[in-house]
Ligand binder design. Structure first.
Ligand SMILES: Cc1cc2nc3c(=O)[nH]c(=O)nc-3n(C[C@H](O)[C@H](O)[C@H](O)COP(=O)(O)OP(=O)(O)OC[C@H]3O[C@@H](n4cnc5c(N)ncnc54)[C@H](O)[C@@H]3O)c2cc1C
Length: 354
């Protein structure tokens, strides 16, 4: 547990003076995401900037330094019967809180519990001028001004170095049951959506290897009553299944084939693309494995009301995120200029033009 803020500030000021670029690294478990890192840039390491700064279980609020491993945060929360409701994926034991926010990563409960972006109350950010700034706060009622904390979700460190995060935490559900049944891809979107719109304690809906999995979690009486009413077999190892999905450890994710992430309307028909699919978030997040032309996938994603990105593998020197409209591109470039005028942080990691 150490506060490395001063060292980080000095490193940024030095980089600014010498015109050097910096790749920000937390635990280094998400190096595969985004575009390939600039090999001429130095590294700004957050791995030692760790520690839980404040934790108020009664108020459901925690503040931790950005380099704190998720594992440590979740273990501390578990002692109080609490958890991170957005179920962040871990790609290794060094996965950090800051990296999770920077990459906007949320797990299977996302449609019901919100994303990491929704749980963030405030941050500390080191900008490209070496200024250590505080945005937001440590209370849930705090939305005055521009919501800079949430802007960091998915920015992949291009707007600055997240040094500290305050976030909402939640009680763990009293009970959890998983129902499983065989289902073909053609039927699953409609089925998951029809279940998701019922006022029941559902917190997971996924389609994996020809089976649909629904997770019920919450008060014991509500979970038991729904499990009895809905079709599907109760799965013995339900908890293990959702953990595997959360951390992307299922066989579907193994291997080198390009992995595409479609973020689309939950009710949209599945893109007509042969090959293996895995569907999560009741239809909003769809994973596809295979070599494919990005432009073609973008047209399909747009038709389905969303976007596509090359999540892992494939050519990472070209663009890997869905192309932005001219207006959005301009807004992003202006934000970058304001936070990081010299373009020090993570050059080209999100887009070639940022
Ligand atoms: C002095 C002051 C300071 C504040 N500071 C902050 C702050 O720092 N940060 C912050 O986030 N907010 C702040 N607020 C805003 C305030 O706290 C929020 O508006 C409040 O939390 C909303 O509560 P609520 O969702 O329970 O809605 P309510 O207060 O219950 O209702 C809000 C409005 O919605 C209507 N409404 C509610 N339910 C329904 C419904 N089902 N159908 C139709 N209409 C409905 C109500 O009639 C009312 O007009 C402040 C407010 C005041 C007065």
């Amino acid at each position: 547990m150490a506060d490395m803020s001063q060292t980080l500030i000095e490193q940024v000021l030095q980089a600014r003076e010498s015109g050097q670029k910096l790749n920000i690294e937390g635990g280094g478990t998400k190096a595969f995401m985004g575009r390939a890192a600039d090999t001429d840039a130095g590294t700004l390491k957050l791995g030692e900037h760790t520690g839980i700064v404040e934790y108020h279980p009664v108020e459901l609020i925690m503040t931790a330094r950005a380099g704190t491993p998720l594992a440590e945060i979740e273990a501390t929360l578990a002692e109080e019967g609490q958890c991170l409701h957005f179920e962040p994926p871990r790609f290794g034991e060094n996965s950090t809180l800051g990296g999770t926010l920077a990459c906007n990563l949320s797990g299977p409960a996302r449609p019901w519990s919100g994303s990491v972006r929704d749980q963030v109350l405030g941050i500390r950010l080191l900008n490209g001028r070496g200024e250590h700034l505080r945005f937001g706060g440590q209370v849930m009622k705090n939305v005055a001004g521009y919501d800079t904390s949430r802007l960091q979700a998915g920015a992949m460190g291009t707007l600055g170095v997240i040094t500290e995060v305050s976030l909402k935490v939640m009680p763990r559900p009293a009970m959890s049951v998983t129902l499983v049944q065989d289902m073909v891809l053609d039927d699953v979107i409609h089925y998951m959506n029809s279940r998701a719109k019922e006022p029941k304690p559902i917190t997971g809906a996924a389609w994996v290897d020809g089976k649909v999995y629904l997770r019920l979690a919450g008060a014991k009486s509500a979970v038991e009553a729904t499990a009895e009413k809905w079709t599907g077999d109760v799965m013995e190892e339900g908890g293990a299944f959702w953990q595997q999905l959360q951390h992307m450890q299922h066989d579907f994710f193994a291997g080198d084939e390009p992995l595409w992430r479609f973020s689309v309307g939950s009710t949209a028909e599945n893109p007509e693309l042969d090959g293996p699919w895995l569907i999560d978030w009741a239809g909003s997040q769809r994973w596809y494995r295979g070599d494919a032309d990005m432009a073609k996938l973008e047209t399909m994603a747009q038709r389905a009301g969303g976007q596509v990105s090359l999540f892992r593998g494939g050519d990472r020197t070209d663009e890997v995120m869905h192309h932005q409209s001219r207006a959005l591109k301009e807004i992003q470039q202006r934000l970058k200029k304001s936070f990081d005028p010299d373009g020090i942080f993570n050059p080209g990691r999100l887009y070639s033009w940022l």
